[in-house]
Design a protein around this ligand. Structure first.
Ligand SMILES: Cc1cc2nc3c(=O)[nH]c(=O)nc-3n(C[C@H](O)[C@H](O)[C@H](O)COP(=O)(O)O)c2cc1C
Length: 272
């Protein structure tokens, strides 16, 4: 079995599939796994819907060769976006471990159709879905272009994402290695994010890792902030890497009142 950090580094968004769909056994494993997913916020409204391309008459302009999807639905509750990102990432990393390709889709889909297929009740919304399938040997041209367009193969440097004590001291890789944090922070750096904006910022202060969101324009909807979902994904990757190192990170929401740059807001803290 691969280690978690290997899974993080071998994952990429997959938009071109082999056209054969997912075996019923693997799909069943995922459905069982999905039912058991919890999150550190205790958010209760998150549920997953497994959908069929043919039966539900679904497609997406950025995808080809996919036969099924999973959507994630939730309702308004405290910290639901972070909890949603955490929970859906847990499911998509499991799919990757089972050998499937996935991609978070929050924009490029016929939203009405996916919402109808997901059976939204009053007050529910469906920020994202993902196709599930076996990765095609060759990327469709539109996938190659999409990856170029968002520079999907690049990530910001350690010094641009991570800090020591406050935002005036960027952290370098050497500091992270000397303090046993390198793989945990790499697990965040390699996470997927909407338009590859990488809005996660972390300030490490002793035993605390404070997570912040750096806002970009265009990600707020009336129901949710898509970049807060990105933060939830980062929380999941960080916590899971720590846990595989037999550490016991505990999540709290208690703003340390560190002075922040413009457009940067506090999200949560792991005591590590
Ligand atoms: C919350 C979220 C929403 C996303 N929405 C879309 C989308 O609508 N369409 C799309 O093609 N990719 C979407 N992506 C995928 C990102 O573009 C991708 O993660 C990023 O470019 C980095 O590439 P990688 O996942 O291959 O590392 C989304 C990712 C996240 C986390």
């Amino acid at each position: 079995m691969s280690s978690f950090i290997d899974l993080v580094k071998t994952r990429r968004s997959v938009r071109t599939f082999d056209g054969n769909g997912v075996s019923p056994e693997v799909l069943e494993d995922l459905k069982i796994f999905a039912k058991e997913i919890t999150n550190p916020y205790g958010a209760k409204s998150i549920r997953f819907e497994f959908l069929d391309r043919e039966k539900n008459d679904l497609s997406s302009p950025v995808l080809s060769g996919e036969k099924c999807y999973v959507s994630a639905v939730c309702s308004k509750e405290d910290h639901v976006e972070e909890a949603y990102g955490y929970s859906f990432q847990k499911l998509l990393m499991k799919a990757h471990e089972l050998g499937l390709g996935t991609v978070w889709i929050g924009g490029t889909m016929p939203r009405d159709k996916f919402e109808t297929a997901s059976d939204l009740a009053e007050g529910e919304f469906m920020p994202c879905m993902s196709p599930l399938g076996v990765t095609a040997k060759k990327m469709a041209i539109k996938e190659t272009l999409m990856r170029k367009g968002v520079k999907a193969d690049t990530r910001l440097k350690f010094e641009e994402l991570f800090y020591v004590r406050d935002f005036s001291t960027p952290m370098n890789e050497q500091y992270a290695k000397e303090n046993g944090l390198f793989d945990d922070l790499e697990a965040v750096r390699f996470a997927p994010s909407a338009v590859n904006k990488q809005p996660w910022r972390i300030v490490v202060d002793g035993k605390k890792a404070h997570f912040y969101e750096k806002h970009d324009k265009g990600f707020l909807t009336p129901d949710y902030d898509l970049q807060k979902i990105d933060l939830g994904i980062a929380l999941y990757n960080f916590e899971t890497q720590m846990t595989t190192e037999l550490r016991d990170p505990v999540l709290t929401v208690e703003d340390p009142q560190i002075s922040t740059p413009d457009d940067v807001d506090y999200i949560a803290t792991y005591t590590i």
